[in-house]
Design a protein around this ligand. Structure first.
Ligand code: COS
Length: 386
């Protein structure tokens, strides 16, 4: 049989373990952490003990050696309860550990990866700048080579960088301009910048509408010096490293969308079966029943698309187009389910007491972060030959 539309025994066990942790450890704290805009090192370490760090990294570097579908399911189960904790895991694994694992040389991998597979250390992805968001090639951050000292000197800034300004942050992979190509475009390269390097400062970004308990930082590089050995990949390969990393990252953002949609659906169904109007549970009014039917149908379609994309990735087939589709569609389904769920809750859906309110806010990030919905459509259209 070519397809098996069910979790394997191992996957089902992993799903159950993460769901249990999310329900018993994260759910009771999620509302308060969101309200206080507080990152939780304790929950992060707890997720580390569960094996959710270094998920796809091979055991020889300290990782869990999971396949991609298992990783996607782990993120989905966290997002079913809390987008902030899921964001910490997704950003760390796909964007933090990912480029070091896929593009690092042996020495870099042995030096950095083991500490990133436990939950005791976070690594961030330094791509976005104030004037380089969707147009990710237009970085202004520069790295100049000091031939006398054999060091790169980095100057510039980054913004919106998940996991970059926490007490657990161990470092950042930074894209910087290292010269000009023959056609005049910027030559971009990636650098490993450990936290605490002189000249590097990080500021936590406050006032977010969503993912309020995840750590988001603004980074400043003022004559930050790193040795030549901290170049990741080769000089000029930086943009490709970043783009390939985002291809992978789209799968985990898709998982965040699917998880949020499932979480919003679950609380809405329960509420609709309990809340009574006109003498019966509102689930029995066709207007509400149709909403639930539509949510469930879209969730089913989103799951098929995402799991297929993850399967393509883990079976070493071309997956980039499907990853962009999954990111796009799962984030739209998440937003749909959060909005229709909130509508079903009526006035209560506007109150922080009910998690649907948080789902509604968290869903907004998914159509903007790690490539807007417009960028996903652009990427998909390119794969179609448009
Ligand atoms: N994998 C590998 N290489 C890739 C690639 C990918 N997915 N996408 C592009 N490239 C390569 C191209 O092949 C091209 O190589 P050459 O210079 O050797 O020809 C180079 O990168 C430039 O590609 P292109 O000209 O297509 O780049 P654009 O400036 O047009 O940008 C988009 C392409 C819009 C897709 C890209 O900028 C993008 O993804 N932007 C969104 C960034 C984003 O998601 N930011 C959010 C980060 S939050 S963590």
């Amino acid at each position: 049989m070519a397809y098996e539309f069910k979790d394997s025994d191992d996957l089902a066990m992993m799903r159950q373990t993460v769901r249990q942790f999310a329900t018993t450890e994260i759910a009771p704290k999620a509302r308060q952490l969101d309200e206080d805009e507080e990152f939780s090192p304790e929950l992060t370490k707890g997720m580390g003990q569960l094996g959710l760090f270094g998920t796809i990294v091979a055991p020889e570097y300290g990782g869990q050696g999971m396949d991609y579908l298992s990783y996607v399911v782990a993120v989905e189960e966290l997002a079913r309860v809390d987008g902030s904790q899921a964001a910490t895991i997704a950003a760390h694994n796909s964007l933090g550990a990912g480029p070091l694992y896929y593009f690092g040389n042996e020495e870099q991998k042995r030096q950095h990866l083991p500490g990133l597979c436990t939950g005791e250390g976070l690594w961030a992805f330094g791509l976005t700048e104030a004037e380089a968001g969707s147009d990710a090639q237009s970085s202004k951050t520069t790295a100049a080579f000091d031939t006398e000292r054999g060091e790169w000197v980095i100057n510039g800034s980054k913004v919106w960088i998940t996991n970059s300004a926490s007490t657990l942050t161990k470092g950042i992979t930074v894209q910087a301009v290292t010269g000009r190509k023959a056609d005049g475009r910027a030559e971009l390269s990636c650098f490993i910048v450990p936290a605490g390097t002189p000249g590097l400062s990080a500021k936590v970004m406050h006032g977010k509408m969503m993912w309020r308990a995840s750590n988001t930082g603004e980074l400043y590089f003022d004559q930050v010096r790193v040795p030549a050995a901290n170049l990741l990949g080769s000089r000029g390969q930086g943009f490709k490293i970043m783009m390939e990393t985002l291809d992978n990252g789209r799968l985990s953002i898709g998982a965040m969308g699917l998880g949020l949609a499932k979480g919003a659906f679950a609380v809405t169904l329960k509420y609709a079966q309990e809340r009574r109007t006109f003498g019966k549970p509102i689930a029995q009014h066709q207007a509400v029943g149709f909403k639930l039917a539509e949510m469930a149908t879209r969730i089913e379609a989103a799951e098929c698309l995402l799991y297929k994309a993850a399967w393509l990735k883990q079976s070493h087939q071309s997956f980039q187009k499907e990853a962009a589709m999954a990111k796009l569609y799962c984030s739209e389904v998440a937003e749909y389910c959060a909005r229709e769920g909130q509508q079903t809750f009526g006035g209560y859906g506007l109150m922080k007491e009910y998690p649907i309110e948080r789902f509604y806010r968290d869903a907004a990030l998914l159509r903007i972060g790690e490539g807007t919905s417009e960028i996903q459509r652009l990427v998909i259209a390119r794969y179609l030959g448009c």
